[in-house]
Design a protein around this ligand. Structure first.
Ligand code: GLA
Length: 328
């Protein structure tokens, strides 16, 4: 297995894994050169910050002070603003962690950048071990309290680039009994709703395409799946969040995370206008994302786990994407 990462946006540009016959292919969406990433694109492979996902009305109050952010998604703020962490050049260093090759990326987000308070020192470490586990570790420190929600926005298609097709036949399991329902602008209502009896129920393996166009309000608001799932877990240990299996290639992805949630997004905004690697056209739902994260709009949601990082704390989260194959 091989991973390619660039300093611009800390973007995962290639992810090569074997299928059940040992044939290697790239299973992540993106472009062949930097130029592709410099144009408008939907966060392919990028590190997302300072706040991954949405903040309602692009506003929040912290310690009695109101902050306003760029409105860049309907009435809301999305993915850290106009020049989020996905558009920054990160300082890179290759390191070894317990004998495993790793890439250490560093970015200093200055006080007031994109409207967020505090100088935030951010480190992201990507590593790849011999068990085909891609680990992403996030660290941060700030000198003023700030909302923080870091994630990676890789789009996977386990069929691989040569056989690229809709992700409808991928089979998903999510260890999530609840999700955070949203309004029409994709802001959580605050409720943690049971998935039972809804198209959001992936507690048993289900084809992604089976209920993706169901007559369901949540599906309509998302244009498919674009929802945060509440992972079944206690505390912040690194636990299995779910798995995706693509039957023709036999490829399996399992993800583990210390985060309480995951945004499952099915590439509903891909519409065939972007040409990616090897000139492949990225059609509707040709990739899926599993963005491990805290819940959307947490700074305005008193009942969600807090996303405020304080000056005396160190932010530390990890996510592992593990790859293997299965014959059946
Ligand atoms: C996230 C959001 C989606 C969309 C994509 C990028 O997954 O939740 O609504 O913005 O990023 O297109």
């Amino acid at each position: 297995m091989k991973v390619g990462i660039i300093t611009y946006g800390g973007i995962i540009v290639t992810l090569e894994t074997p299928d059940k016959n040992g044939t290697i292919d790239d299973i992540t969406l993106g472009f062949d050169s930097l130029d592709g990433y410099l144009q408008d694109h939907p966060y392919f492979g990028a590190i997302v910050g300072r706040y991954g996902n949405r903040i309602a009305k692009a506003r929040f109050t912290l310690d009695g002070k109101e902050y306003s952010l760029a409105v860049n998604n309907g009435p809301n703020a999305l993915h850290g603003g106009l020049q989020g962490f996905d558009k920054k050049v990160w300082k890179a260093e290759t390191i070894t962690q317990d004998g495993i090759p790793a890439l250490k990326l560093y970015y200093l987000s200055k006080d007031g950048e994109e409207g967020y308070p505090g100088n935030l020192k951010t480190t992201v470490i990507y590593s790849l071990n011999n068990e085909n586990e891609l680990k992403i570790e996030y660290f941060a420190e700030t000198d003023k309290a700030t909302p923080l929600n870091l994630t990676n926005h890789a789009y996977f298609n386990l069929a691989g680039h040569r056989q690229l097709q809709s992700i409808a036949n991928h089979v998903l399991t999510l260890h999530a009994d609840r999700f955070t329902p949203v309004d029409e602008s994709l802001i959580p209502t605050g409720e943690l709703r049971n998935v039972k009896g809804t198209p959001m129920d992936f507690t048993e393996p289900k084809k992604i395409g089976e209920r993706i166009d169901a007559d369901d309000e949540q599906i309509r608001f998302g244009g498919g799946y674009d929802h945060n799932f509440v992972l079944n877990k206690k505390g912040a240990s690194l636990t299995l969040g779910g798995r995706v299996h693509e039957p023709t290639s036999g490829r399996v992805l399992e993800f583990f995370t210390t985060q309480p949630g995951v945004q499952f997004y099915t590439g509903n905004f891909l519409d065939g206008t972007l040409k990616g690697k090897g000139g492949k056209v990225y059609e509707h739902r040709f990739g899926f994302c599993l963005e491990t994260q805290h819940f959307p709009d947490s700074p305005n949601q008193p009942n969600f786990p807090t996303t405020i990082l304080k000056p005396d704390e160190t932010y530390h989260h990890s996510t592992v994407y593990k790859f293997f194959t299965e014959k059946e």
